[in-house]
Write a protein that binds this ligand. Sequence first.
Ligand code: BTN
Length: 280
Amino acid sequence: MEQGYSGREWNKITLQDELTGHIHTEWAGQPVCVYETIDSTNVACAALAQEGAAHGTLVAANEQTAGRGRRGRSWESPGGNQLYFSLLLRPDLAPEKAPMLTLVMALAVAEAVRETTGLPAEIKWPNDLVVQGKKVCGILTEMRLDNTRKHGIDSVIVGVGVNVGARDFAAELADKATSLEQECGTAQDRGVLLGAILQAFERLYAAFVAAGDLSALQEQYNAYLVNLGRDVTVLDPQGTYNGIAEGITTTGELLVRLPDASTRTVFAGEVSVRGIYGYV
Ligand code: BTN
């Protein structure tokens, strides 16, 4: 209870209030740990994992003071109507299969955004979500190994940041990033969105685990792939080259057809892919 405006009492609506009642899954998001402000939900989730937290534990925050992006970048995480969360997984998988979980999450977020907003969300391989060619979501997956376990994985943390209600982006991001609210023209409910993401993830994860790879999800992923059939530039440390994206393999690599008609398999860890004219 807080006081303001001539001493009247008021209750602040917290992220906890907004999420309550929206999570209807069996394990994903069971339990949920909600913070108003934290350094990074991935860091908090990793600490919980080390303390023995269960598969499915979720950490969400209204604001992050040290949000982490891919390739050592930071992830701007102001408070307000944004979504920042990290899901703890303890899969019985070989470590080399863990990067596929990022693609499973990208597909879950794409499905959930389409379902809850009606926007034609697409995936920029491997794991950015775009709407009308601009980024609305980034995913950072971090793994911890444990050599005493059967397959060597202690935990995988899949961290997701969705621009739900952001209105202003830094000048260098303005032509590359957007938010669901900007694209819809109306405010979006982050509790509803999180509930839909977790429900989709639970179903897609089961299909992934049953197959042991992305074969059951490949067709749907390729249907949402913004790069499909487009010219792409592959920024490979060994040398940049252009080609046409032909979709993902059953293990999540991108197939790129080169001008001489040969095909290259692009591994996500090593390179980034850009459209030849810009971000997608
Ligand atoms: C990217 O660079 O595209 C990935 C961004 C991932 C950001 C999310 S926000 C929630 C979670 N906690 C973090 O510190 N990072 C991820």
